[in-house]
Design a protein. Structure first.
Length: 268
């Protein structure tokens, strides 16, 4: 068929082919879109599985960390080096009853320790043993310290010491303040309820300050986070609760050292 001498049949055929081509292209596009819809859930599934795997790994890491912290802060052997009392002042101490001592001069102040390689401030809570280097220490709740025969102190004494520490301890405290806090701790524990009595004398500024601190306990509320560091052979101490990183580092530093006494509580 022609119109005005122009053959239009081939045009129709070409249009038909073009239409078919367009349809096929649309089909391919739809197929592609369908494929994309089919692929995305698989990707999402794989991502979900990856996240679950990462969560399991994270959970495992947390569990390992918890075990490390628990192991480091448990009753496992802790190595303690006694580095001396500083700052300090000398007072005359007398213990009557169990573990009787004195009267004699003693160093009162901050008992500086190295605990599993970490510098640690402490105060003496044990009038029955002497300070030195020992590898049989362990952390306990403060109420469970010191070990027999002069302990355990129980919850009331532990709370009193935590209040005294929170109110009066400072890393930069001077010699008199450090000595007064130590005397207050000794006299708090040595009030007769644990089977012995402690009396400090011979240094009026220190003993008067200690008496003032003891009298203030009923009005104190803040309590420090403290633990007992105990040994059956060496001096027992009150120390701050170790930081988690410190406990992990300490657990990695446990080595078999022998015990050797460097210094004792009594002034020579």
């Amino acid at each position: 068929m022609s119109q005005n001498g122009i053959d239009i049949i081939p045009l129709l055929v070409e249009d038909s082919h073009h239409a078919s081509s367009v349809c096929r292209e649309l089909d391919r596009l739809r197929e592609g879109m369908s494929c994309e819809l089919d692929v995305e859930p698989q990707v999402a599934f794989r991502e979900g599985q990856k996240q679950k795997k990462n969560m399991k790994i994270r959970t495992l890491q947390i569990a390992i960390l918890a075990v490390a912290l628990a192991g480091a802060s448990s009753a496992s052997a802790v190595i303690v080096t006694f580095d001396g009392v500083n700052p300090e002042e000398v007072v005359t101490l007398q213990v009557t009853g169990g573990s009787a001592f004195g009267p004699g001069g003693v160093y009162a102040g901050i008992y500086n320790l190295t605990v599993d390689g970490v510098a640690t401030p402490s105060f003496c809570i044990d009038v029955a043993r002497e300070s030195g280097n020992f590898s049989d220490y362990s952390y306990v709740a403060l109420s469970s310290a010191p070990l027999s025969p002069v302990g355990p102190m129980g919850a009331t004494h532990a709370a009193d010491i935590e209040k005294l520490w929170a109110a009066y301890y400072s890393p930069s405290m001077n010699a008199q303040d450090a000595a007064a806090l130590q005397v207050a701790i000794w006299e708090s524990l040595g009030d007769g309820t644990l089977g012995y009595i402690v009396t400090a004398s011979g240094n009026a500024p220190v003993t008067l300050e200690a008496a003032s601190e003891l009298a203030s306990i009923t009005g104190l509320t803040a309590q420090a986070n403290l633990r007992g560091l105990v040994s059956p052979t060496g001096q027992n101490y009150v120390v701050p609760v170790p930081e988690p990183t410190t406990m992990i580092a300490g657990a990695l530093l446990l080595l078999p050292f022998g015990a050797s006494t460097l210094r004792i509580l009594r002034k020579r």
